[in-house]
Design a protein. Structure first.
Length: 514
């Protein structure tokens, strides 16, 4: 079921919210959580009921593993073995459903083996709930959390606002909120605030992201079918797709936070104006923030710590130590992020490009760190760094959007001016070149100047740890929601227009594919 569908907005959501608060009013804890878990399971199964069994199987195995790890004393060898076994189990499921076809295709290409298997359909949200469960196993093993009752664990896993495309929530963030008795006096306030945040996210998705797609998709689709884009067409499509994925994921993240708020739950931030960043490392801290922190905590640090010890014993030169202890694990972590997004060499290219970007910035930052103390960065250099960051990110969206490396190659050739350009791109997009210019101008002005949803809703603590992010990436043109008639009308307009634009066609969120 899609957040941006009429059946979700006008049927599923009202019934689930009303039932939740009605059960909360009885003061009974377990029925409230069972209702929420059952509704979430229906939400997941609405797309493909056969994968409910996979989700329940994975959830059950991980609970049993986490409970066993929790019972064993610290230092017991079986604890470590159970952790390793749990990680292998989760990654094996992910590999089979997401990467096995890709593996067989490449094995056939290299060896000529001719192995044939049926195409495996990717279960919805498997990448997200796999990482969520691995994080839980690690946190239980490290004694950062203790499992509560089964109903709280099940609701934590299935909680539908974050089930399909994140944020990747830690047990310590969500379970205590689910365990707390909801305050009935705050029900109407939470529902109203959640609805406003949801409406803003819906507007971003249906109005902004889906409009940008009208200028990106025809050019990418023509390139997929064998045509070669020209210089202007390729950059138009790349900049338009950047806007599409920006507003698509920003809109989804808002909708997830808004939906959770309707149940009195705060989710962590997952998207915080990343395209206002001055470098690629900062951009990734604010784009898919919960994925970045997962990779930082469970991939980068376990890689960098032993490499740092190794480098300290082998190298005395500071740049050699930096390369081994920081740049190498950074590059590998970004490649893993790329492959996490999809099974294809274009996703390897996407991850490698970002790995090169972030590692290059880290090396540059290391080199200039001492010099900046004597010569502070000037405004023009900050502007130049921002422009370079944007151009690098836009270029990396090409392999992310392209269906394979061949289309990626056509686009990169065009962006370097190497193609003649057989795609009549201005005839493929709405209102031709003028429409593309208008769409890009409006979209990028919104990104650059206006407040994001969290800053707009800053008065009501829109997400977990908001104080940490409140002063990051402030808007050039600030605006704050207030409980007034005027802002109520504005909020209603967001919701009405967002729903109205569903009528031109419902499209899946980009991150639902992962």
């Amino acid at each position: 079921m899609l957040f941006n569908s009429l059946v979700f907005i006008f049927l599923f959501l009202p019934v689930v919210v009303a039932g939740y608060w009605a059960l909360a009013a009885t003061g009974r804890h377990r029925p409230r959580l069972i209702w929420l878990a059952a509704a979430s399971l229906f939400f997941y199964g609405y797309w493909a009921p056969r994968y409910i069994l996979l989700l329940v199987f994975s959830m059950t195995v991980n609970y049993l593993l986490a409970a066993a790890i929790q019972r064993l004393p610290e230092g017991a060898g079986r604890r470590r073995n159970l952790l390793i076994g749990g990680i292998v189990f989760n990654l094996a499921l992910l590999f089979y459903f997401k990467y096995f076809n890709f593996f067989i295709d490449n094995l056939n290409a290299v060896t000529g083996a001719g192995i044939t298997i049926a195409r495996i359909v990717l279960p919805l949200a498997i990448s997200f709930f796999t990482f969520q469960k691995i994080a839980l196993l690690f946190d239980v093993y490290r004694k950062k959390v203790r499992l509560g009752p089964v109903t709280e664990y099940v609701t934590f896993v299935l909680f539908f606002p974050q089930l399909i495309a994140g944020p990747i929530v830690h047990y310590s963030e969500l379970a205590p909120q689910l365990a707390d008795r909801p305050r009935l006096s705050a029900a109407s306030r939470n529902i109203l605030i959640g609805l406003i945040i949801f409406a803003i996210g819906l507007f971003k998705k249906t109005v902004l992201a889906d409009t940008a797609a009208l200028y990106a998709s025809p050019i990418f689709d023509a390139a997929r079918d064998g045509s070669a884009p020209g210089f202007v067409a390729a950059w138009t499509a790349a900049f338009s797709y950047t806007l599409q994925i920006y507003f698509d994921f920003s809109g989804y993240s808002d909708m997830a936070i808004g939906l959770a708020r309707m149940f009195g739950v705060l989710l962590p931030l997952n998207f915080h104006s990343p395209l206002r960043s001055g470098n690629m490392a900062e951009l990734w801290r604010r784009w898919h923030m919960t994925l970045s922190r997962f990779v930082q905590s469970y991939i980068f640090q376990p890689l960098s710590m032993p490499l740092a010890r190794y480098a300290s014993q082998r190298f005395t030169a500071p740049y050699a130590f930096l390369a081994v202890s920081t740049l190498a694990p950074t590059f590998l972590s970004m490649v893993i992020i790329g492959v996490w997004h999809g099974a294809g060499w274009n996703f390897v290219i996407f991850g490698a490009m970002h790995g090169i970007y972030v590692a290059t910035y880290n090396a540059w930052d290391f080199y200039w760190k001492k010099k900046r103390k004597k010569n502070p960065q000037r405004p023009w250099s900050k502007a130049a760094a921002h422009i370079v960051t944007i151009l690098c990110f836009v270029a990396a969206t090409v392999p992310f959007r392209a269906v394979d490396v061949h289309v990626t190659g056509r686009f990169f050739g065009a962006m370097l001016g190497l193609n003649d350009g057989s795609i009549p791109w201005s005839a493929l997009v709405p209102l031709g070149a003028a429409g593309a210019v208008a769409s890009l101008t409006i979209g990028w002005l919104i990104v650059a100047l206006l407040p994001n949803t969290q800053h707009f809703m800053t008065r009501i603590e829109p997400a977990l740890e908001w104080a940490k992010w409140r002063k990051v990436a402030p808007a050039v043109i600030p605006a704050e929601w207030k409980p007034t008639i005027g802002w109520a009308i504005v909020s209603g307009v967001f919701l009405f227009v967002g729903v109205a634009f569903i009528m031109r066609g419902t499209t899946e969120f980009i991150y639902f594919n992962f």
